[in-house]
Design a protein around this ligand. Structure first.
Ligand code: HEC
Length: 164
């Protein structure tokens, strides 16, 4: 079984922020501080355009509807997919403390401490733990999730990683 310390350090994420406006305010961090793995997946919305289009409160819905090819929209979609498919085991914040966590040995991974590179995480999500020589408690998701959904989930997962 792969031990996390054996991973190449392929990911550097930004701190998860609870509101979109906070994320937008951190556009500079997104642009410069995040992993290339994350940044390569999407462009960022122009903050001025967001303020113009999403007048009043900047909601996730507005971003997803009007800026759907941006990284921010992908992260929002990924969070929703995570809430649907992953929270039961990995917990609402990805700390591996979901309601069904106790049923699994090894326990669901604390995704905030993941250091595996993006291609490895993508394989884990698509193929599941058993195919990867890991715990079979991690199901394969390649049939349920479209490629876009997998990319969205990955973008979200990288925002969970503690900033380094
Ligand atoms: C039924 C419980 C369960 C569900 C649901 C589940 N997982 Fe897991 N997951 C696990 C377990 C258990 C492990 C730990 C396997 C190990 O360490 O060998 C794991 C490990 C992982 C890892 C490996 C992390 C690393 O750094 O090595 C990733 C990534 C992951 N899960 C993502 C997801 C995503 C994304 C979803 C939702 C699409 C999901 N999981 C849904 C149980 C689950």
């Amino acid at each position: 079984m792969l031990h996390p310390s054996r991973y190449a350090d392929g990911g550097r994420g930004g701190e998860m922020t609870s509101t979109l406006s906070a994320r937008l305010a951190c556009a500079c961090v997104l642009a410069t501080g995040m992993s290339t793995a994350l940044a390569q997946e999407g462009k960022h919305p122009d903050a001025e355009a967001v303020t113009r289009v999403c007048t009043g409160t900047i909601t996730d819905e507005c971003i997803v509807r009007n800026f759907k090819d941006t990284l921010e929209a992908s992260v929002i979609r990924g969070r929703l997919a995570f809430q649907n498919y992953c929270v039961l085991c990995h917990g609402p914040e990805g700390r591996g403390d979901g309601r069904a966590a106790k049923l699994h040995t090894p326990r669901p991974f604390n995704l905030t401490t993941s250091t595996a590179p993006r291609y490895y995480i993508a394989d884990m999500v698509r193929k599941g733990g058993e195919a990867m020589g890991r715990g079979k408690g991690m199901p394969p998701w390649g049939e349920q999730l479209t490629d876009e959904q997998v990319q969205d989930v990955l973008n979200f997962l990288f925002t969970l990683r503690a900033s380094q």
